[in-house]
Design a protein around this ligand. Structure first.
Ligand code: FAD
Length: 452
């Protein structure tokens, strides 16, 4: 067992923990990062599969994500535009397939008008919400009492419009059914991206990708930190007092003035705290839970859909696969599609034997893009729900009423213990950008606490 003395120990080598360590190092503080897995990057992770680069976790960056943009600029990392050229495909609730261009789903004039009215109402409220303190909105308590599903139906009787608008935040972002989280939580999600209109515009929210993959950003930061990153060192025990902390990894123990717990909130209780955390933290952490989404990749000999003038972007409000995009990595001649299967649909898929699951998902792809979509040479299904050090995807959110009740305390430190993750961010909430912003913010707070 190695015993180290540092100014700050960071638990978790995802983008948030690594950014915090990097900033603290730049400010002259000594750091050690203890990571449970045998790799850095956390929920960002890429692999080469039969010659195709697959980003299993986080990958896209949008123009407003200036925290992440400034970090990659500093590291000399570039971005490239996601493939977007061509028409999209929409399948209605009745199963009708339509090829369309432009931003509006081909759902009939009155539903389009109703969707645009709902989006405008979301945007009117979003403009009043501070993503760093949504609980301060004058109607916060009321908006946190009603589920997003039911709230939309207080605004409209058009089921198709409610389902389509709901999809963007429920299946698309929080990856929970819309009846399980509040309207306030939905408004935080849209405020974190600047507006609801930004969230529903896939050309904005899924704008660009990272050259070298999103995990490459964490790998680059870890390289700067060098010997101070310790892999295969889950911290399961943390001793603390007002004077400092002792973090116990598998083969490294670190004594430090402060600790940053840079793991998603659903994993805080994996660590045994001595003495225990205060009641407020114990209770709060039980109200932050992960969503569930399967990110599924299919790689083909060529991006065949492009020959038909299709972008690969596909949507449907019901069905197994509700979103698909062209996810071919920069410069590759093969074609890669990525699809997302959220919440209860993901539950249903995991019930199936592996071969039936694969067949059902590829049929979902083929519904949109034709029988060639059945012929995948690589098929890979991400399963973050089974990963011990994540336990879901993409991120955590509060249950009904939780954001208003517990949110104001989520970012408070407990003596020398600080929390940092994308899940606690305002701007960039649930995104790598939010992880970076939180890492930087936490480093500034700790620096001033140490320097007095
Ligand atoms: P994490 O990335 O989860 O890192 C936490 C780290 O802590 C992990 O490495 C974990 O192993 C480690 N850890 C946990 N417990 C312990 C312990 N006890 N001891 C030591 N180490 C521990 N974001 C985007 O911006 N764009 C996207 O396109 C996008 N798509 C996504 C797709 C998927 C499938 C998923 C899962 C996420 C996606 N995200 C996306 C979200 C993004 O990946 C996360 O917001 C981001 O990775 C969070 O960073 P973090 O550092 O807060 O946490």
């Amino acid at each position: 067992m190695r015993i180290l003395d540092r100014d700050v120990v960071i638990i978790g080598a995802g983008p948030s923990g690594l950014t915090a360590a990097y900033e603290l190092r730049k400010a002259g503080k000594s750091v050690a990062v203890l990571e449970a897995r045998d790799r850095v990057g956390g929920r960002t992770w890429s692999e080469d599969m039969d010659g195709a680069t697959i980003e299993i976790g986080g990958q896209w960056i949008s123009p407003d994500q200036t925290g992440l943009y400034s970090l990659i600029e500093e590291l000399g990392i570039e971005t490239y535009e996601r493939y977007k050229a061509g028409a999209s495909v929409y399948i209605s609730e009745a199963g009708q397939r339509t090829v369309y261009t432009g931003e509006d789903f081909p759902v009939g004039e009155s539903t389009v008008a109703e969707m645009n009215r709902l989006i405008a109402e979301m945007d009117r409220l979003t403009a009043q919400v501070d993503p760093d303190a949504p609980w301060e909105h004058p109607r916060a308590e009321e908006l946190d009492m009603i589920s997003f599903h039911h709230w939309l139906r207080t605004l409209s009787t058009d089921e198709a419009a409610c389902n389509n608008v709901g999809l963007f935040i429920a299946g698309g972002m929080l990856t929970k059914p819309a009846h399980t989280f509040s309207a306030l939580q939905a408004l935080l999600m849209s405020a974190s991206a600047g507006s609801f209109a930004n969230l529903v515009d896939e050309d904005f929210i899924l704008d660009r990708r990272i050259v070298g993959t999103m995990q490459g950003v964490s790998i680059a930061v870890a390289k700067v930190l060098g010997q101070d990153v310790f892999l295969n060192n889950p911290v399961l025990k943390l001793d603390w007092s007002e004077q400092g902390v002792r973090a116990h990894g598998t083969d490294v123990t670190v004594n430090a003035k402060k600790v940053i717990i840079a793991v998603p909130p659903n994993l805080y209780s994996r660590i045994s705290y001595n003495p225990p955390l205060p009641r407020r933290q114990h209770v709060t952490h039980q109200h932050q839970s992960m969503g569930l989404v399967i990110k599924v990749h299919a790689v083909y000999e060529t991006p065949f859909w492009r020959e038909d003038g299709l972008s690969g972007t596909c949507f449907r409000p019901t069905g197994i696969v509700q979103e698909i995009y062209d996810n071919t990595y920069l410069g590759e001649s093969t074609g890669t599609l990525v699809g997302f299967i959220s919440d209860t649909q993901a539950d249903a898929m995991f019930e199936l034997p592996e071969d039936e699951r694969k067949a059902a998902i590829l049929e979902g792809f083929a519904d949109f893009l034709g029988p060639q979509a059945l012929d995948a040479k690589v098929f890979y299904l991400s399963d973050f729900g089974s990963e011990e050090w994540t336990r879901g995807a993409y991120a955590t959110s509060y249950d009904l009423g939780g954001l208003f009740r517990f949110g104001p305390d989520q970012n408070k430190n407990v003596g020398p213990i600080y929390f940092s993750s994308s899940d606690l961010a305002g701007e960039g909430y649930q995104h790598v950008d939010g992880a970076v912003r939180m890492g930087r913010r936490t480093a500034v707070r700790i620096n001033s606490a140490i320097d007095g």
